[in-house]
Each structure stands twice: as C-alpha cells, then as structure tokens.
Write a protein that binds this ligand. Structure first.
Ligand SMILES: *[C@@H]1O[C@H](CO)[C@@H](O)[C@H](O)[C@H]1NC(C)=O
Ligand SMILES: *[C@@H]1O[C@H](CO)[C@@H](O)[C@H](O)[C@H]1NC(C)=O
Ligand SMILES: *[C@@H]1O[C@H](CO)[C@@H](O)[C@H](O)[C@H]1NC(C)=O
Ligand SMILES: *[C@@H]1O[C@H](CO)[C@@H](O)[C@H](O)[C@H]1NC(C)=O
Ligand SMILES: *[C@@H]1O[C@H](CO)[C@@H](O)[C@H](O)[C@H]1NC(C)=O
Ligand SMILES: *[C@@H]1O[C@H](CO)[C@@H](O)[C@H](O)[C@H]1NC(C)=O
Ligand SMILES: *[C@@H]1O[C@H](CO)[C@@H](O)[C@H](O)[C@H]1NC(C)=O
Length: 764
C-alpha cells in the first residue's frame, strides 16, 4: 500500500514535489488578531475551528466584523491577556464558506475551546496534494466553428484556479482578443505593472495565513499548466523538444483567469484552500478549478466539499480532480455530488519511442526527449535489478552500478519519479533507459521530459524484454525515436493512475463523474524544460487528473458562456448525459488493461463538449435538494449545517436515499433477496419546445428495470417531467456470484440521446 501511494505520488514528483510531503505539515503563520507568547509555537498547529452562527444578541457591527469578534471569543483568554511579546494566532476568519476560522492552537487550548457554547469541532488542518496543443482538437473544438464560435471562446466567464501560482507574461496569458472583465468582478491582482491584463484578472497568494500581497509566482509549474489548460490563449508553434508541435490553447481561450495560490512545495493546506474559496466567492468567479485533494472524507470533514457547497449556492461551478490513486477501487477524492469529479484518460497523440531489442523485436513506448543525435546502434542491455537489492530494479537514487555505456531497464514505481529514475541511470553512466510498467499499470504509457534517451513501455512489453534479457548472454537494445504520432484509435483510454469509484463518502453517487484528457498534456510552463526555447513561450508535457480537471473547467466556461441561465447542476448534467462511452475505433472505452473500463473508472464517460452544449434534457438540482440527501446519509442536523451554514431539521425536510438525488447517473446497492428499489428522476426540456423522447434501456446483468412512463412528450421549453424507475434483482441473482453489474437508461429523441449510466453492486 505504502509503495502504491508513492507510485501515485510520482505523477506529482516531476512537478518538484516529493513523496515526503505526504507526511509534511504546513508550518504556519499569521495575520494580526490574537497574539501568542513567542517560543510556544512548537506544539502548535493550525486548526480549522467550526462554530455555530453567532447568537442574535451578539454585539454586532457589520456582518463580517460581527463574525470576527464572535470567532475571537473562542480563542483562549490566557493568550489575549498575556503581556509577553506576541505572535498572531488567528490565521483566517471565514465568512462565505464556513462559520469558523483557522488559528494556531495547542491541543490543550482546543480542549478548553470545546467547552464553549457554540463550538462544533476543531480539526487540525491536513495537507492535501496536487493531484495543451492537441486536446482541443481531440475534443472536437475548432477555431471559427461550433461550440468555440457559439460561446465566443468562453469570453466573459471567469475561471478561478486554486493551485501553485501562475506565470504572468507567458504568451498563454496574453489578453489578445479577450474583452475586459465583467463589472461584477471584484478581485485583486497582486502582480505589479502590466502583468495583469484582461486574461489574467486576479492573482492572490494564500500561504499559511500569509496574505501579505506577495504575488503568486509559480515556481513549481503546476498552476501555470492547469490555468493555461483551462483558459490559456492561442500560442502558435508550442512544443517541447519539437514534440507535440502546434497551436496551444486552453479550452476557453477568451475566458478570464484568476489564480488563487494555495500550494507551496510543502503541499496545499486546508486553511489556505478554504480562505481562497471564501475570497473567490466574494471576487465573483464563475468556475472554480481545483486540481488537488486528499483522500475520501465525510463531507462535513472535507473542506473542499464545504467550500464547494458555498460556491454552488452562489451559482459557481466547481470542477475537481478525482485523484491519482488508481487503479484500485474506492480511491477517488472530491466525491461530493455538488462537485464535478474528473478522472484522466489518454488522447490520440503518442510521442513515440520504440524499444528495439537485439533479437529484432520492437515495443512501442513514449518519451518527449528525443535527441536527434542518438544512434540506432544496438548497445548492451541490462536489467537494473540484476545487480543488487530491490531498489536498483526501481533505479532508486544511488542504487545503480556497472551500467556504464548500457541501456538500463528500470521498473516504474516505488515512490521514485519516472524522470528521477532516468537521472539515476545517467548518473551511473547508463546511456539510455527503458522504463517498464508493473502489472497494475498495464498498457498506460506516459511521455515525459526525460534527461536521457528513454522510453516508457507497457507491462507486457516489459515482461518480453526481461525474458529476452534472460535468454541470452549478450542482450542488446536501442531506442528508435519516431516523434509525434496522432491517431491512436484506442483513445481515450483510462490511465492506470486515474482514481476509481465507488465513492466511500457516498456510495450511492457514482464517482468519478466524467473523464477527460490527462495523459501527456502540453501546456504552459514557467521556464524552458528543453533549453531550446528562447522565447517566453515555454511549455511542458505532464500527466495526472490535475490535467484533466482544468480541461473540464474550461469546457464548463464555454457552456456557461453559451447558457448563462444554467445552474451548476444543469451544466454538470449536460456534460454527463452526453458523454462518449466509445473510443475512436467505436468500441467501449478501455482502461489500462485494454479491456472495457467499468463505470467506476469512467463515470458517465468521456466529455464531448459540442454535445454537452445541446443535451436536450437536463437533470437539475438546487442546493437545498442536497439537504434531504445528507439527511439520508444519516448526518445530524448540526453536521449538515456545517456544510449548508443554515439551520436544518431532518425531522422536517425528511430523508431520501442517496440514489434518489436528481443525479444524472445511478449508483445502486441491491440485495438480491431484497425488495425492489424505487426512484424518481425529473428532467427539464432545454431542447426544442415540442419534442418526444422514447426510453431505451440496457439493464445491468441480473437486474430488471421498469420505467414509467416510457415516453416523455414536451410541448414547451423549460417544461419538466418526472419518471419513475424500479430496479428488481432477478431470481437467482444471489447464486451466480456476480458482484458488479452495469447498464444505462437513455431518453432518445430525433436529435438527442440523454444517457444515465447505472452501476449496481450486489449487496450480499
Ligand atoms: C514587480 O515584479 C517583478 C517580478 O515579480 C519584480 O522583479 C519587481 O521588483 C517588482 N517591482 C515592483 C515595483 O514591485
Ligand atoms: C510568510 O511570509 C513570510 C515573509 O514573506 C515568510 O518569511 C514566511 O516563510 C511565509 N510563510 C509561509 C508559510 O509561506
Ligand atoms: C512547429 O510548426 C510550425 C508550423 O507548422 C513550424 O513553422 C515550426 O518550425 C515547427 N517547430 C518545430 C520545433 O518543429
Ligand atoms: C529472469 O531471471 C531472473 C533470475 O533467474 C528471474 O528472477 C526472473 O523472473 C526472470 N524474468 C523473466 C521475465 O523471465
Ligand atoms: C538545461 O540546462 C541546465 C542548466 O545548464 C542543465 O542542467 C540541464 O541538464 C539542461 N537540460 C537539457 C534538457 O539539456
Ligand atoms: C442510515 O440509518 C438507517 C437506519 O439505521 C440505515 O438503514 C441506513 O442504511 C443508514 N444509511 C446510511 C447511508 O448509512
Ligand atoms: C427557461 O428558464 C430560464 C431560467 O431558468 C430563462 O432564463 C429562460 O428564458 C426560460 N426559457 C423559456 C423559453 O421560457
């Protein structure tokens, strides 16, 4: 398990973060409020403290001051009264996202605070992890046509990105063609001079309570990459080492961007994330793009879920990465139903590098670094693991000896970055690297900016290569570089690292919701990674659900621009019910095993922006609809109020089962011997006024589905209709040992097909 986590981490490793920060805590400071004696900081950490709304008799000035003095009243008196030289204790006072604050406290102080009336809970903050030239074309977006034209490339929409910062002045953030921001924009840009423009309209830094106005300069690159993927402008001739050359652009090239820097090399702390969402809501963003997260958490303990709820109450769409903890089940982050949870798949572009063996066999792999002067002469080939301990098979730092002049086979994984393995091979005198997948990574290959001639090949290729090495006393190999190859008919494929459902926090909601491009994505970068680019137009090619999330955020901006009246849930429904379930070859989307991916990998399927723009019907949901849903999760009234920030009485609103939420997919737990399960769904007509939809059902194995009515006839736009659906386990379903099963139901008219995926887990 530990190893696995580290494998996951290496996606992030190449961004300059190491496996270590999984364990690291944010060292935190400050914003003047209550003071602490110096020298007492050792046992302190930042807690997020949630409290009830101030009582009505509480001394109030303005709303915000009222809240702040209410929050102050929870801090320990001894601190306030001390005469010693003090350091501030209150880190953030929240007002949109939570009734609560972040403060530096000791465990004892928290125990004191727990006794006060109005206290709900104090939670030591966690540190969360960070989890394109061609992808617009791959997604069917073309200049001057269709959705790009219809939405004016996202003009007028503001995308807020929570990340590592941004690189102002990069051509991806040029404002050519971008109109001034709408009047509702109230945000700030902390870059000086002309760095902020009509494209980059906001830039703030939140670092352990540091909101001193320091500009959010991106040192890591991650935030520059995600921002430009969501809303970067057109840049011609974008490439890395000449690979993937073409016109780079974000999904919404004329949208506005606002960066909220919440991550440093120590990770991304929850109090900063919450403060950033709090601010973004005041600023007036339309979409929040959050490519980071922790593990699964109950929603009232999950600060991204809590912040996102406040956002959707204001009509702000929240798109998040699903996590890089696949391919195991139940590994998704950011699972709340009011969030769009995005998994990662490949595009039809390979940056091909072929491993050619002495026996003539060739195996396709990938690498971005493709030196022209590398000869195709066969060289001695060695498996790194033959030499000493295990860590050498993984090409861990300092582990390799006797590889001078050789091509070295390294195993992927072990918490060592893919690029770092190449650094070790190079250090030890190796001339090239063949990176082979472990079993669980299957056929996923990733194009990285390696430091030496290299290729990343599949598990099956790795087994063949190792068998060949065993079969001869003089194994040899070389790498043949083939450059950029477009047209992989098996794309999109779910990559091994993309986190999978079922959701742990709410198993009755199918997660992830959607997949989008997240493997070998080219986008803006703060500096040149190939030393060849002399202009400011520097790019990098990296992978992760961090990359797929901003693709969806940008697409949401396009949809919001073309349908300003759609709610976050309506946009989400449009994206999900129109998603593709087949690859370019027309067969079911595959995962890293090259077998059909299940719904816990793809959710509704692969995003199709043009179809999402015209879904026909939508499954809408209002923020208050999540209250009976949370009652159904058996949360207490107080726990629900943490999320909704208003008084809730489940005894009055009632509880619904999770699967009764008006969600565009179904996730069911069915006891084969149990009673039939009844649900309703309500659809709204956003297509032609007069339209008729017929039911089409593919039942999950061993499940009977009956739907009433079987035809929906609309006469008006915005008209809603409700249908009833009953799921019944067939006799004998218990006997045949099937655990999962899946199907779908669709409403089909002449012009539209509105699909709801159905996943069933047999609950035995
Ligand atoms: C403006 O920002 C640049 C880059 O961050 C910095 O070098 C420069 O000193 C700043 N100028 C002022 C006046 O703050
Ligand atoms: C906060 O800012 C100060 C001054 O710029 C710096 O010394 C400190 O390291 C910062 N703290 C964090 C957590 O970034
Ligand atoms: C990228 O493509 C453009 C236009 O086709 C071409 O002019 C340029 O030389 C190419 N750059 C590289 C590095 O291949
Ligand atoms: C190659 O030989 C080694 C040592 O004999 C053995 O452990 C390994 O399983 C073999 N690998 C393959 C792929 O046959
Ligand atoms: C780029 O230049 C730096 C500094 O000179 C060097 O360390 C690095 O290896 C170079 N990278 C490439 C890909 O040539
Ligand atoms: C909530 O509690 C009820 C009654 O104890 C139980 O039947 C149900 O399964 C629980 N629901 C969840 C989601 O835990
Ligand atoms: C449909 O509803 C939206 C608001 O939800 C409204 O803006 C729009 O004008 C309505 N369309 C029609 C044709 O009634």
């Amino acid at each position: 398990m530990e190893n696995k986590k580290c494998v996951v981490m290496q996606i992030i490793y190449l961004l300059g973060f190491s496996c270590m920060f999984y364990l690291s805590l944010a060292v935190a400071v400050e914003k003047v409020a209550v003071l602490e004696p110096q020298g007492e900081t050792d046992s302190m950490q930042i807690y997020i403290v949630l409290v009830e709304r101030p009582p009505s008799n509480f001394n109030a000035q303005s709303d915000h001051e009222d809240l702040e003095s209410w929050y102050q009243s929870f801090l320990p008196q001894t601190i306030a009264n001390s005469n010693q030289l003090m350091k501030p204790r209150m880190v953030y006072a929240y007002h949109n996202v939570a009734t609560g604050f972040a403060a530096k406290l000791t465990g004892e102080e928290v125990e004191e605070m727990e006794k006060k009336d109005g206290f709900i809970y104090a939670h030591p903050e966690r540190n969360l992890q960070l989890h394109t030239t061609h992808s617009p074309n791959f997604l069917g977006l073309q200049q001057g046509l269709g959705l790009w034209k219809g939405s004016n490339y996202g003009a007028g929409i503001i995308i807020g990105v929570l990340d590592t910062g941004i690189t102002p002045g990069h051509p991806s953030f040029s404002d050519e063609g971008v109109p001034p921001p709408p009047a509702k924009w109230k945000g700030k840009c902390d870059f000086n001079g002309t760095f902020c423009n009509n494209k980059l309209i906001g830039a703030r830094s939140f670092q352990g309570g540091n909101t001193t106005g320091a500009p959010p300069v991106d040192i890591a690159g991650h935030g520059t990459h995600t921002s430009s993927t969501a809303g970067g402008n057109f840049v011609k001739g974008a490439n890395v080492f000449g690979m993937a050359n073409g016109t780079a652009s974000g999904m919404a090239p004329y949208a506005h961007l606002a960066m909220y820097q919440v991550c440093s090399e120590q990770g991304c702390s929850e109090s900063d994330i919450l403060a950033a969402i709090d601010t973004a809501i005041d600023d007036g963003v339309d979409v929040l793009s959050i490519s980071l997260g922790g593990g699964s958490a109950t929603f009232y303990w999950d600060f991204i879920a809590i912040g996102a709820f406040a956002a959707i109450q204001k009509g702000i769409f929240v798109s998040c990465s699903a996590g890089n903890a696949g391919p195991d089940y139940s590994t998704t982050s950011n699972e709340a139903p009011w969030i769009l949870t995005v998994g990662a798949s490949s595009i039809d572009r390979n940056i091909r590098a072929i491993a050619q063996l002495g026996n003539g066999q060739e195996y396709d792999g990938e690498s971005v670094f493709q030196p022209k002067d590398f000869s195709s002469k066969q060289l001695p080939l060695v498996y790194a693991g033959d030499h000493s301990h295990d860590s050498s098979a993984l090409c861990d730092v300092g582990s390799l000896t006797n590889v001078e002049g050789k091509v070295v086979v390294c195993e992927l994984g072990g918490g060592i970055g893919r690029i770092a393995k190449g650094v070790e091979v190079k250090r030890a005198g190796g001339v090239a690297m063949i990176l082979v997948n472990p079993d669980f990574a299957g056929y996923t290959t990733i194009a990285d900016v390696h430091v030496l001639p290299a290729t990343h090949v599949s598990y099956s290729a790795g087994v063949s290569i190792k068998t060949y090495i065993n079969s001869t006393s003089t194994p040899t190999a070389t790498i043949l570089f083939k450059g950029t190859v477009i047209g992989d008919q098996l794309a999109p494929k779910v990559s091994f690292f993309s986190s999978r459902g079922p959701s742990l926090a709410s198993p009755g909601i199918l997660k992830p919701d959607i997949i989008g491009p997240g493997v070998s994505i080219l986008a803006a970068w703060p500096f040149s990674v190939d030393n060849a680019t002399e202009s400011k137009a520097t790019f990098n090619i990296i992978s992760g659900t961090s990359m797929s999330c901003p693709h969806l955020s940008g697409i949401v901006a396009l949809l919001k621009s073309s349908h300003p009246d759609w709610s976050p849930a309506a946009i989400k429904s449009a994206i999900m019910t129109t998603a593709e379930v087949n690859n370019l070859a027309g067969s079911a989307i595959m995962d890293e095993t090259l077998f059909a991916a299940d719904l816990f990998a793809i959710g509704a399927g692969h995003v199709n922006p043009s179809k999402a723009n015209d879904p026909g019907l939508i499954y809408d949901t209002q923020p208050d609809d999540y209250i009976p849903y949370m009652c159904g999760l058996n949360y207490t009234d107080q726990q629900i109020a943490i999320v909704t920030r208003k008084l809730v009485k489940c005894s009055e609103v009632g509880a619904i089962p999770e699967a009764q939420l008006n969600y565009p997919t179904f996730s069911l737990f069915i006891d084969p011997a149990g009673k039939p399960q009844h649900y309703t769904r309500t659809v709204k007509n956003v297509g032609p006024a007069k339209s008729t939809y017929e039911l089409a059902v593919v039942s999950p194995h061993n499940i009977d589905i009956s739907v009433q009515p079987e035809e929906l006839t609309f006469t008006e736009v915005n008209q809603t209709m409700t249908y009833h659906v009953v799921f019944t386990a067939q006799k004998g379903a218990a006997k045949n040992g099937i655990k999962f099963s899946q199907g779908y139901l669709s409403w089909v008219s002449h012009q539209h097909s509105v699909r709801s995926q159905i996943s069933v887990i047999f609950d035995t």
